[in-house]
Design a protein around this ligand. Structure first.
Ligand SMILES: [Zn+2]
Length: 197
């Protein structure tokens, strides 16, 4: 049974439409746009007829960069970098999903994320999959979009405007700021695909 980590952004929403996972989970880990991500993900799941749950674990004390509302760490590869974020999210999702029957954790990283932070690369997810799979429970970690651009993933998903319109990709606030890398990317992808409203 697949458990999709659903932030309510374009990429994880595309995976929700494409894979129709049995479980979707939005994690409020203390990121600034958490409330909007939860609202977006819930609306996406309503549109798609998928179950949706929310897990709240306040990790704000560990964050830095745009998502945490903090200055970036010295040596941060990109302004939104939150150290160890993706392995943190997979760990939380695996811990939540194991007793609920999940057999795999699906995440929405895409081609290009790895240029912004190492924990968005295919190599990272291969290593994380090995690490999680060797432990009790044998869960797998899948990043089905990691070799696709956002444009390719959104197109392949077949997600309609009634679904994509709910997505929220801002790194900074609950009301899209229009200026952060997340907002820029969402606007560029939807613009290129002729889906901007
Ligand atoms: Zn923004």
């Amino acid at each position: 049974m697949e458990l999709l980590v659903l932030s309510g952004g374009l990429e994880s929403t595309a995976l929700a439409a494409m894979r129709r996972p049995a479980l979707t989970l939005t994690i409020d880990y203390g990121q600034r746009p958490a409330a909007a991500e939860v609202t977006a993900a819930a609306a996406v799941c309503r549109q798609l007829g998928l179950s949706h749950d929310v897990l709240r674990v306040d990790c704000a004390a560990l964050g830095s960069g745009l998502l945490a509302g903090q200055p970036a760490n010295g040596g941060a590869p990109s302004p939104e970098w939150w150290p160890y974020r993706n392995q943190l999210l997979v760990t939380l999702a695996a811990g939540w999903g194991l007793p609920r029957g999940a057999s795999s954790i699906v995440v929405g990283s895409v081609l290009g994320d790895g240029e912004r932070h190492r924990d968005g690369t295919a190599e990272f997810y291969e290593a994380l999959d090995r690490l999680v799979a060797m432990q009790e429970g044998g869960l797998r970690v899948l990043a089905p979009g990691v070799d696709m651009t956002s444009d390719q993933l959104v197109t392949a998903s077949g997600a309609g405007d009634e679904v994509l319109g709910w997505t929220h990709s801002c790194h900074v606030t609950d009301i899209a700021c229009g200026a952060c890398p997340g907002c820029h990317k969402r606007r560029e992808v939807l613009g290129r695909l002729g889906r901007l409203r």
